[in-house]
Design a binder for this molecule. Structure first.
Ligand SMILES: *Cc1c(COP(=O)(O)O)cnc(C)c1O
Length: 406
């Protein structure tokens, strides 16, 4: 596929063909092989020198095992094509992808504006690493504060996540990016929720898109991985320098699994959305529920922005109990579930449930209630079974409230 024809193709076609092995010898496998290596061999000293020279000049070329070979290149190519970016960088986890971006773009004395509803471990990176380096993160409410008024002369980055973790606050990415761009400040956004399929942040004004490929891209709860996608050679050079300095690398087996997951991303996401929509609509009518968080629901406050900037919704649905629930209702509820694993993460084929920690929810300024909130990841099980499971768990919570009142 030449670049000219590929830009006119549908996104699913590009997703399936990007990074596929060529058939130069007349035949070849469908999938790129897993190329495991700790080092790279050269046919001569001259070739060794040439490769190092070209890599130093910015060419995407491996001169050592840490840089990854064919498997890594194929995954990077596929994600770059999916996001319409300039270059992709693989990291050992989603969190390391976030830290890479922060460390690559911020220096001592710099200030960054961060949406207050971001994935909360970002604050730990701030507290334990960035503050020690003399870097200041300031949290702002992307739906309440005026971004322009918060920008300082030393603001070097705007960091966002849309929709946000736990409650899926949808941000106006084009508007926020326009403000940052007017001040010459790059925008990085965590695109894990949209998984590179439902949302194209680089086309909407962001400069860097970050993924926890651990979630939907891998899709089977068997890989930890992060990906950073840049929109320009200038940002790629900055990220490449920090990526190299930190010695970040991923194993070829994990790169392979992420690429394998990527090929079926659209069909898995479509099914997650169908199931999650059924569950979300059922929750809306439930008497023990006061609020359902799912941007695809017309009742969700982010629905209009979601409809404008996203092409679908994933399997994450959160809900708040109604006023009758006590502080322990969330824990009793998830303990009563049979088909939902209790645990962090999401994006695999299976259903999960977690009580959203009140400490984490307090960070999200657009939700000020103290009602318990449960986050569900709706997997690929039969939705009727999941709804039946949720119904009996609600009944158990109601029963315990009645017992306490008796
Ligand atoms: C899970 C997650 C991360 C971190 O990814 P890991 O691979 O678990 O380190 C980052 N951002 C978001 C939005 C996530 O959900």
């Amino acid at each position: 596929m030449s670049n000219n024809t590929s830009s006119r193709l549908g996104r699913a076609t590009r997703l399936l063909h990007a990074g596929a092995p060529d058939l130069r010898g007349g035949a070849g496998p469908v999938n790129v092989p897993v190329v495991r290596t700790s080092t790279v061999r050269f046919e001569s000293s001259a070739a060794y020198a040439d490769h190092h020279h070209r890599r130093a000049a910015g060419e995407r070329l491996a001169t050592y095992g840490r840089h990854g070979l064919d498997t890594h290149r194929a995954l990077e190519d596929a994600v770059t094509a999916l996001e319409g970016g300039h270059r992709a960088f693989l990291t050992p986890s989603g969190l390391s992808a976030i830290t890479l971006v922060l460390v690559a773009l911020l220096s001592p004395g710099d200030h960054a504006l961060v949406a207050d509803s971001v994935y909360s471990p970002v604050r730990r990176v701030d507290d334990t690493l960035l503050q020690r380096l003399g870097i200041t993160l300031e949290y702002f409410s992307p739906s309440q504060h005026d971004l322009a008024s918060k920008i300082r002369p030393n603001t070097k980055l705007v960091y966002l996540e849309s929709p946000s973790s736990l409650l899926y606050e949808v941000l106006d990415l084009p508007a926020l990016s326009a403000v940052a761009r007017a001040h010459g400040i790059p925008v990085a956004t965590d695109n894990t929720w949209g998984a590179g399929w439902f949302h194209q942040p680089l086309a909407l004004g962001a400069n860097i898109s970050i993924h926890a490929a651990t979630k939907y891209i891998s899709g089977h709860s068997d890989v930890m991985q992060g990906i950073v996608v840049t929109d320009s050679p200038e940002l790629s050079a900055k990220i490449a320098t920090a990526h190299e300095a930190l010695g970040l690398t991923v194993g070829a087996d994990d790169a392979y699994l992420a690429l394998r997951g990527l090929r079926t991303l659209p069909v898995r996401l479509a099914q997650h959305q169908r199931h999650a929509t059924q569950v979300a609509e059922w929750l809306l009518d439930h008497p023990q529920v006061s609020r359902v968080f799912y941007p695809a629901l017309p009742s969700d406050p982010g629905h209009a922005l979601w409809k404008r900037d996203f092409s679908g919704a994933n399997g994450l649905v959160s809900f708040a109990f109604d006023d009758g629930a006590d502080a322990g209702a969330g824990e009793r509820f998830i303990d009563a579930l049979r088909f939902f694993g209790i645990g962090a993460s999401w994006g695999g084929y299976e259903s999960l449930a977690l009580v959203a920690s009140p400490d984490r929810l307090r960070e999200h300024s657009f939700w000020t209630s103290t009602l318990p909130v449960v986050r569900l990841h709706i997997g690929l099980e039969d939705p009727q079974d999941l709804i039946g499971d949720l119904a009996q768990a609600f009944a158990r919570v109601a029963q315990s409230v009645e017992l306490a009142a008796a």
